[in-house]
Design a binder for this molecule. Structure first.
Ligand code: FBP
Length: 342
């Protein structure tokens, strides 16, 4: 039996040679690797390290912060600043841009240090999500404007999932690869090369407790799935909801499906639930690189021109043919709704 194991560092070096990189991307992602290893350790220690429960503070979104939200945020800020690659950062847990003083870095890092925080105290999967942008020429990391770039400008993105095992899944625009942390030797090993999302699927994820707020296109899609083999879809569908976007996206990368947190009548004022810059954009980059699609209902998420660090959007992503169908239902609805108004 060949014992060929490829570590994340070897994979990044190999990519550097293949795509003629300068080594900066390798260094950028090495910062992220170390950060996620440290957060994985703290998540796994859980109550033993007193990491459970609330921190007694609120973040810029007005959400109660968990102790691990604050700890993971500190680990991200500290560990990724070491290399000096990043000029500045933005986090779900910080209101404003965090400038890395003295850094001559040419990159910007955006992150959700702990996604799925409501799962921490009940020992269900959580994760970290990151997005890397170039600092525009002539721009300084001090300004918000340098961050407000559409998702298509990302040079790399990914997530770590702290579940039954710890994995790091990432893209640099050349497909999607998954690495599992070998706890014995403390290295990420390539276990899921070239992940691809099946175009068809029979599994959806949406918070059904919000059904009364759904817009007609989403309601139509879910009703048809729930009608099963006797209904217009002619087959049965299954449902999942982990309440951690990282886990939903990881499931879809592994076996297909569609994940939705759409704009609905209850969150429409704030533009949706999930944040564009450090949740929707990195996940949309990953999903598209794996052959899936990611839309708001109307628009391709990666084409959105951001207006704010903590801007929220509707998210519909996953298997191409299911997202195509949801997009059609939105277009049909807008066409009929448009006619009704005339
Ligand atoms: P944070 O935990 O980082 O705030 O992320 C938001 C999130 O937890 C997503 O990961 C998840 O998909 C969604 O909210 C769950 O929402 P709900 O509480 O409505 O089930």
């Amino acid at each position: 039996m060949s014992y060929k194991r490829v570590t994340l560092s070897q994979f990044l070096m190999e990519g550097q040679h293949r795509y003629g990189g300068s080594g900066t991307l390798t260094s950028l992602l090495t910062d992220i690797r170390t950060t996620c290893k440290m957060i994985s350790h703290e998540v796994n220690r859980g109550a033993m390290a007193g990491n459970m429960g609330v921190a007694g503070t609120e973040n810029v979104q007005g959400e109660e912060q968990k102790k691990l939200d604050v700890l993971a945020n500190d680990i991200f800020l500290h560990m990724t600043a070491q290399s000096g690659n990043y000029a500045a950062m933005a986090s779900e847990e910080l209101e404003d841009v965090h400038v890395v003083h003295g850094s001559a870095g040419r990159y910007l890092l955006l992150f959700d240090p702990l996604d799925g925080s409501s799962n921490i105290d009940i020992n269900i999967a959580v994760g970290s999500v990151f997005s890397i942008l170039r600092l525009p020429d002539g721009a300084s990391g001090e300004t918000l404007e340098s961050f407000l770039q559409p998702g298509v400008k990302q040079v790399a993105a990914g997530y770590a999932i702290y579940g039954s095992s710890t994995m790091l899944v990432l893209t640099t625009g050349h497909g999607v690869n998954g690495f599992t942390l070998d706890q014995n030797i403390g290295v990420f090993v390539l276990t899921h090369p070239n992940m691809r999302i099946p175009e068809d699927a029979s599994e959806f994820a949406i918070n059904a407790s919000r059904a009364r707020f759904w817009e007609p296109p989403v309601k139509r899609y879910i009703d048809e799935c729930l009608a099963g083999a006797e209904g217009p879809r002619g087959r049965d569908f299954n449902m999942r909801w982990v309440a951690a976007m990282v886990a939903e996206v990881h499931r879809i990368l592994c076996r297909g499906g569609v994940f939705m947190y759409p704009v609905d009548d209850k969150n429409t004022k704030q533009g949706g639930k999930l944040r564009l810059m450090y949740e929707a954009n990195p996940m949309a980059f990953i999903v598209e690189q794996a052959g899936g699609r990611a839309i708001t209902g109307q628009d391709r998420i990666l084409d959105i021109n951001p207006t704010g660090l903590h801007q929220r959007v509707g998210v519909i992503l996953g298997s191409k043919n299911e997202v195509d169908r949801l997009e059609r239902y939105h277009q049909d609805y807008e066409a009929t709704a448009g006619k009704a108004e005339v």
